[in-house]
Write a protein that binds this ligand. Structure first.
Ligand code: PLP
Length: 391
């Protein structure tokens, strides 16, 4: 049987692995060599050199990630932002126009609004929930549409099927940042999206100990992105490849546990009198719950919520939690919490934050691998100082 026909648990362990095994090693060895015997490669991009993204550790990951995403090819990169920047700078040229979701990860928002315009590439933001409104933003120079599977930090779910259809109809390249879901919960290529990006720093690696990214799609597109990345210099170091490779093997069991735990925690938070609002696509009250249930195999390990009271109340709650670390990032074994207005989205102006619905009291939670009941007990004691709705 072909790896592609197997379940994701099996693909995580076996896809892309060298056969026969190298020197019989069950685990892929680290090729800590920057250069290799020159073998007459006529094309610069095929010369075997560490920055040219063809080290054996990089190649194994490319094949494994392509299998997980269900695409022809994939490219591992030195960070999620390296994947995002190399992809956008490949798909777009001077004079082009991009449609982008109006609530993007802060780093991507900064890249699209501050860096990309320097290359004479313009953009318009679209409401991911209102497909009827997209056509008005099209120009003859529109080349691509860029969305995220679950928005950060509000966990909204864009009309992804409509985005794929819209892109096909208008000849645009559709690009999605699937970091919050990972291919365990969602495989956008199955729904017609052209390029799938992951910040592998998060769930893909799952151990909060490296920075990496990936982009997956059709072979010719990935080849173009690789050639751009070769020049931009965003290749992943072999040792980081080894760590990501090791982390990936447990992706399915980690993410499934986080899905289950997050749903229980979201339910707990939503019935607590000190909590004003919970954003989690697994809750029936979430505005796009039906869409999420149709698209996703699981609702993910990310929750955001607002407490009654102001920013200081949110800060006191964060301080009072004994288990959650107050830190950016997500997808690791440790539960993490952060106030996006103070950290992840602090590069947005207060007006931009208000427009995006990011309040001062909003807390983003990345559910770790601790026992769910311990996290709930910890939140219960930490929430005891939060004013209730009726107080
Ligand atoms: N995409 C999303 C949704 C993210 O949350 C992040 C980082 O937090 C990135 C991309 C960027 O990834 P990296 O930090 O690996 O460059």
């Amino acid at each position: 049987m072909n790896d592609r026909e197997r379940s994701i648990e099996t693909q995580l362990i076996h896809a892309g692995e060298p056969r026969p095994r190298i020197q019989g090693a069950v685990v892929m060895p680290i090729f800590q060599s920057s250069t290799y015997d020159y073998d007459g490669e006529p094309n610069y991009h095929d010369v075997r050199y560490i920055r040219l993204n063809n080290n054996p550790n990089q190649l194994v990951l490319n094949e494994k990630i392509a299998t997980l995403e269900g695409t022809q090819d994939a490219l591992v990169t030195s960070s999620g932002m390296a994947a995002i920047s190399a992809t956008l700078l490949t798909v777009l040229s001077a004079g082009d126009h991009l449609l982008a979701l109006d609530c993007l990860y802060g780093g991507t928002h900064g890249f699209v609004t501050k860096d990309v315009p320097r290359y004479d590439i313009s953009h318009s933001f679209i409401d991911g929930d209102d497909s009827d409104s997209w056509e008005q933003w099209l120009t003859p120079k529109t080349k691509a549409v860029y969305i995220e599977t679950l928005t950060n930090p509000l966990l909204q779910v864009a009309d992804i099927q409509a985005v794929a259809k819209f892109a096909k109809k208008h000849g645009l390249v559709s690009i999605i940042d699937n970091t919050f879901a990972s291919p365990v919960n969602f495989r956008p290529a199955e729904w017609g999206i052209d390029l799938v990006i992951e910040s592998c720093t998060k769930f893909m690696n799952g151990h909060s100990d490296l920075v990496a990214g990936s982009v997956a799609g059709k072979r010719d597109m990935i080849r173009h992105i690789k050639e751009r990345l070769d020049h931009l210099g965003g290749s992943l170091d072999p040792h980081a490849c080894f760590l990501l490779h090791r982390g990936l093997k447990t992706l399915a069991i980690r993410v499934r546990y986080q899905n289950e735990s997050a749903l229980k925690i979201a339910r707990y938070l939503s019935q607590h009198s000190g909590v004003e609002r919970v954003n989690y696509p697994g809750l029936e009250s979430h505005p796009q719950h039906t869409r999420a249930a149709e698209l996703f195999d699981g609702f993910g390990g990310m929750i955001s919520f607002e407490l009654h009271g102001g920013g200081e109340t949110a800060d006191r709650f964060l301080k009072k939690s004994e288990l959650a670390a107050v830190a950016v990032s997500m997808g690791g074994p440790e539960t993490l919490m952060v106030r996006p207005s103070q950290a992840v989205h602090s590069n947005l102006s207060p007006e931009e934050r208000a427009r995006s619905g990011i309040s001062e009291t909003l807390i983003r939670l990345s559910v770790g691998l601790e026992a769910t009941e311990d996290i709930i007990a910890d939140f219960d004691q930490a929430l005891s100082m939060v004013p209730s709705a009726t107080a």
